[in-house]
Design a protein around this ligand. Structure first.
Ligand SMILES: Cc1cc2nc3c(=O)[nH]c(=O)nc-3n(C[C@H](O)[C@H](O)[C@H](O)COP(=O)(O)O)c2cc1C
Length: 190
């Protein structure tokens, strides 16, 4: 077994993709809001050149929460493997965000423009009001991306892998911690 947990994560995710797991591209990201309440939401988790990347909008409340602390979790029912990661984050260069943004479908692109007037997760009152505001949310230039569309790179500092699918029936649970540049692991009671 590869003891670099990021390589292991990529191998496990490839197995979930091969099994056409509907969760293979997703994660749950947890943060803590200003009142100290936990917040969790599903996001698409991209892997690009061995980096894990999330695409977000900086008008969302989660944007300021990310600075404090972030954890992500994945679970692939097809293979019975869960990962939990505590991560540091850095900004993906805006040029790379814009390259990727061009391939988004129209509705999420339009939403990114709407967020200029109505922050993501703000209360707009009704679906009718939302649809009307969307109609009016137009880019300043055709094809342009608003600057609040962001990408963040995840830098895991602690990774836990839980494998439910062990032939003995006893789950295998390991925690990996990065010390300097090396990963060290230990076995946890499942
Ligand atoms: C399958 C799925 C994928 C999603 N992917 C994203 C995503 O990549 N980026 C994003 O900002 N929100 C995504 N969302 C919406 C978020 O779960 C969340 O509702 C939204 O980001 C608002 O979060 P906030 O309340 O923290 O601002 C996704 C939701 C689902 C169900």
């Amino acid at each position: 077994m590869n003891e670099n947990p990021l390589l292991l994560f990529n191998e496990d995710r490839a197995a979930a993709r091969a099994a056409v797991d509907p969760m293979a591209e997703l994660c749950v990201m947890a943060t803590v809001n200003a009142e100290g309440h936990p917040q969790a939401r599903t996001l698409v988790l991209r892997s690009v050149d061995d980096s894990l990347i999330l695409y977000l909008n900086a008008t969302s409340p989660k944007w300021s929460e990310i600075e404090a602390s972030v954890a992500i979790q994945t679970y692939w029912p097809s293979t019975g493997v869960q990962y939990r990661m505590r991560v540091a984050t850095s900004l993906l260069p805006q040029k790379r965000v814009a390259e990727r943004w061009q391939y988004r479908p129209e509705p999420p692109k339009q939403l990114d423009w709407l967020y200029q007037h109505w922050s993501q997760s703000s209360d707009i009152g009704s679906r009718a009001a939302l649809l009307e505001a969307l109609e009016q949310a137009k880019p300043s230039m055709p094809g342009a991306m608003p600057d609040t569309a962001k990408g963040i790179v995840l830098h895991p500092v602690e990774i836990e892998r839980l494998n439910l699918n062990h032939e003995s029936g006893v789950h295998d649970r390991r925690r990996y911690r990065k010390i300097d540049t090396l990963w060290h692991h230990t076995t946890l009671v499942p």
